[in-house]
Write a protein that binds this ligand. Structure first.
Ligand SMILES: Nc1ncnc2c1ncn2[C@@H]1O[C@H](COP(=O)(O)OP(=O)(O)OP(=O)(O)O)[C@@H](O)[C@H]1O
Length: 260
């Protein structure tokens, strides 16, 4: 069953068409990837889904309801959570306090009756950063800060979690643990839509992948299908900046698609 539907969405910034009649859906309980070269329109799509960006035309449906004109905070209340490419934690608070604030905002009045810090500790354990609980958020490594963002997003118990480049700054072992956590979360009913440049991660954890290029969806399918799709290879190879395209195309080719 489809939890999210993006229908024929167009976003124009003056003369720039950032999203060009994009249509895709995210199946409930899946880990879905949204990939594409730099500037393809991925973050703009996230902004349309969360309500930060009003589309020029098109619709967004969440759980069967049209939310195209629903305010950002109402979408969050309905269960859409997100992390940002740029880190958003409160630098002067501790890691634990950052999660506590997210829980307090989510729980509102009910939070007063929260028994101790059990839920804060649990979230930190879950994302693997419990040892940093007492550290200031501006003193932790970037990868750890990304996991903190994830813990803060999870504090709101999202049904759909949008992650924008969540693995940047994580080392290999952390990325592997992170991938396993995403699969676990999806299995528990927290559907994941992820923008990610690490193709090994995308190919190993995603059930389905949508590929954007110049704002349009150029391919959709399983990792095995996307990996060998010539349109996808061309899109990445056509990207000239610092050889990133060639590198990604190479890793698309080399990536082993793990059995799920
Ligand atoms: N607020 C804005 N005003 C004008 N142009 C914008 C704005 N936001 C994005 N764009 C342009 O829209 C296009 C899509 O940008 P977007 O950030 O959505 O791409 P992306 O796929 O997320 O890129 P990246 O992988 O580099 O983060 C780009 O050409 C970008 O320069």
């Amino acid at each position: 069953m489809s939890l999210l539907q993006v229908e024929d969405v167009v976003v124009q910034f003056g003369g720039v068409t950032a999203v060009n009649h994009a249509t895709f859906e995210v199946v409930a309980g899946s880990v879905t990837g949204l990939i594409g070269p730099n500037g393809a329109g991925k973050t703009t799509c996230f902004n349309v889904i969360t309500g930060l960006q009003r589309p020029t035309s098109g619709h967004v449906r969440f759980d069967g309801r049209d939310i195209t004109r629903t305010a950002v905070h109402r979408r969050a209340r309905r269960g859409i959570g997100r992390t940002f490419q740029r880190l958003e934690a409160f630098g002067s608070l501790t890691v634990a306090d950052n999660v506590r604030v997210a829980l307090d905002i989510h729980e509102g009045f009910r939070g007063i009756f929260r028994p101790g810090d059990h839920d804060v500790d649990e979230l930190l354990e879950r994302v693997g950063i419990a040892e940093y609980a007492a550290e200031r958020a501006d003193s932790i490594p970037t990868g750890t800060a990304r996991l903190l963002e994830l813990a803060r997003a999870l504090a709101c118990q999202p049904r759909l979690l949008l992650l924008d480049e969540p693995s940047s700054g994580l080392d290999e072992a952390e990325t592997e643990a992170f991938g396993a956590l995403l699969v676990e979360l999806a299995g528990e009913g927290c559907t994941v839509l992820m923008v990610e440049h690490d193709m090994d991660l995308v190919m190993s954890v995603c059930d389905e992948i949508h590929v954007l290029d110049f704002g349009s969806v150029i391919a959709a399918g399983t990792p095995a299908e996307i990996r060998v799709d010539p349109k996808v290879q061309r899109a990445y190879l056509g990207y000239s900046d610092e050889g990133q395209g060639a590198h990604v195309a190479e890793s698309l080719d080399e990536t082993k698609v793990l059995a799920r």
